[in-house]
Design a protein around this ligand. Sequence first.
Ligand SMILES: O=C(O)C1=C[C@@H](OP(=O)(O)O)[C@@H](O)[C@H](O)C1
Ligand SMILES: C=C(OP(=O)(O)O)C(=O)O
Length: 426
Amino acid sequence: MNSLTLNPIARVEGTVHLPGSKSISNRVLLLAALAKGETRITNLLDSDDIRHMLTALKQLGVSYQLSADRTECLVNGLAGFFKSAEPVELFLGNAGTAMRPLTAALAASEVTAHLKGEPRMYERPIGHLVEALQQWQADIDYEKEPGFPPLTIRGQTLPGGVARVNGSISSQFLTALLMIAPMLENDSTIEIVGELVSKPYIDITLALMARFGVSVQNDRYQRFTIRGQQRYQSPGTILVEGDASSASYFLAAAAIRGGTVKVTGIGRHAVQGDIHFADALEKMGADVDWGDDFIQVTRNELHGIDMDFNAIPDAAMTIATTALFAKGPTCIRNVYNWRVKETDRLAAMATELKKVGALVEEGQDYLTITPPAKLQHASIATYDDHRMAMCFSLVALSDTPVTIEDPECTRKTFPNYFTLFQSLSS
Ligand SMILES: O=C(O)C1=C[C@@H](OP(=O)(O)O)[C@@H](O)[C@H](O)C1
Ligand SMILES: C=C(OP(=O)(O)O)C(=O)O
């Protein structure tokens, strides 16, 4: 397996034009496929997660044209669910944003589908979604372990109605239900059991559904009401915001070793919750400026913080390595579902932070990080987790190098991350 050693970086400065948001790219692709009319998507992300969605859509009979650099896509909508006389087998890698919404869409389509993925996908729970879909009479079987992919889905017309979904592990289950609900036979009410996690991702879902002409009544994130027998309408052209989670590494780098770094493609009105990573950096002491289409961070003295990060679980990982450069301990709270993402991120973070010399307390749903007086050179295992690789690049912003094992794992969401990161060195 390849590894990459980053030499110490004394200072960062510059501007990064962000690639499109993963969360928005995969939602827009699916909505455009189901909608009436042609949708031109611009600033689409090109990464493994999006390629899996694109390949699946093609297998399901959706036609689209991609530009040569794959950042623009013209999708011819089906004006309804998928249809296929032949069974299909879809490989969705480890893309939660493909697996969960497609499970729901296929359950309501005239298709028999086998949903496969990478080994880690078979350890990521999907039972809460399947149980909710079964309340709408979906016919879904687990091919191996109950509660986990791979799945066999025998799609059929679903009536909709009342469904209760457990929201305590992943918001993607609710996103999946919301996206299909308007196209079902009857009006639907989705009730959340337990406390819903990762709420801002539901705001992304609702905002994009609205762009495709469908409104949802959101009652305090506990109950959602959706009219049935609707059809998504193409908005014509839709621009994908820059990826706010991907922005976190550059903004953190500026907070640690700026100079100033500006990211463009997101700004104060962005729909992604992860833009509030910049507020966390500000709380740690960094200087932050916002524009309509940029966020900019300048270095200042950093101190540890103690914060609930449930709303921004992906960007919160970047706080864990930023904490290595702050005065005093940092506590990242309420991130239990880190354990069911690309790897068990609480365990992985704790193990790797200790390798560079930090003192770490790993709780069931929190991490406390006390930085060492001096960082140690270490070879960082990345667990096939793009965010582990990207977060640990920040260690190089010290007088110690860092070795990242399997840096190519960033291809899940950010294939050219290391090139861009190193281009900021000044
Ligand atoms: O809906 C989405 O686009 C996502 C929701 C979040 O997952 P959970 O809701 O499982 O926390 C996030 O971690 C993931 O990267 C993308
Ligand atoms: C959790 C993540 O991905 P997924 O969309 O596969 O859930 C992530 O990108 O950090």
